[in-house]
Ligand binder design. Structure first.
Ligand SMILES: Nc1ncnc2c1ncn2[C@@H]1O[C@H](COP(=O)(O)OP(=O)(O)O)[C@@H](O)[C@H]1O
Ligand SMILES: [Mg+2]
Length: 257
């Protein structure tokens, strides 16, 4: 049975997609069968894995609407044991199309779509959009846990407060067993005072819920996305790659705890 982890924070540009791609790839390198699902209409998870999302015949949109067998939406990637369900801009119209069908449970579309494939993977990683709407709620409603990237910069803490409150709402209304996988500090620059202060603040507030691993700001990570590869394939011996491999190890260790 797959463990489903949403990568969520309604603030854009904090490293959600980067973490979704590279954590997925690092888990696959640790010999786990992984499915990455792009729930953001921007489609960056697919792009970052070198997939032409405009040419993908089917996307998560089709699986959510139930018009296509989910198997047909799953693509292989260049990483062994890592598959992807891409998205593209059509996903943005899901919300509108759901209002036209009020009889369906709008927050459980993803849960329902994933049921037939849960036993095929060890991990399903969901890259969430930067909002707290229907797509995010679908992701949280079917997840076992949520991983929250926190960018080491000013203003990131307000976003953390609001994602925490929506997780709380989901725990009450949609998914009582949703857990917090952890807070992940991203784009850390040890040379800046601010980076250090935010790290201290996050650790003070969330203690053992904060991953020991910190993702450094690292050029190999941003370059790898432009090349359509996870950093673990593009530059396996970069600091960025080591960091995501270490993060994957921590996620795996949570199973034993
Ligand atoms: N650790 C990092 N080092 C350098 N650049 C990064 C790092 N993490 C993310 N980026 C870059 O920051 C930008 C935003 O990251 P992204 O993962 O797309 O954020 P989100 O999905 O939260 O909007 C992207 O251009 C990405 O390449
Ligand atoms: Mg993103």
């Amino acid at each position: 049975m797959a463990k489903i982890i949403s990568i969520a924070n309604q603030k854009g540009g904090v490293g959600k997609t980067t973490t979704a791609i590279n954590l997925s790839s690092a888990l696959a390198i640790h010999s786990r069968r992984v499915l990455l699902i792009d729930m953001d209409p921007q489609g960056n998870a697919g792009r970052g894995l070198g997939i032409d999302i405009t040419a993908a015949p089917y996307t998560i949109y089709d699986a959510l609407r139930g018009t296509i067998d989910i198997d047909k939406t799953i693509l292989r990637t260049s990483v062994k044991d890592l598959s992807l369900i891409p998205s593209n801009l059509r996903l943005a119209s899901l919300e509108a199309s759901m209002y036209a069908r009020p009889q369906e449970k709008p927050f459980e579309l993803l849960k329902k779509a994933l049921e037939p494939i849960l036993d095929r993977y060890d991990y399903i990683i969901i890259d969430c959009p930067p909002s707290l709407g229907l797509l995010n709620l679908n992701a949280l409603a079917c997840s076992n846990s949520v991983l929250i990237p926190v960018q080491c910069e000013f203003f990131s803490m307000e976003a953390v407060a609001s994602i925490l409150s929506s997780i709380h709402d989901v725990q009450i209304s949609l998914n009582g067993s949703l857990q917090i996988e952890g807070f992940l500090l991203t784009m850390y620059d040890a040379r800046t005072q601010l980076g250090m202060e935010i790290q201290q603040e996050v650790r003070r507030l969330f203690k053992e819920n904060t991953f020991v691993t910190v993702i450094p700001r690292n050029q190999s990570i941003s370059e790898s996305q432009a090349r359509g590869l996870p950093v673990t394939s593009f530059r396996p011996s970069s600091q960025g790659s080591y960091a995501y491999i270490a993060l994957a190890k921590e996620v795996l260790d949570h199973e034993l705890a």
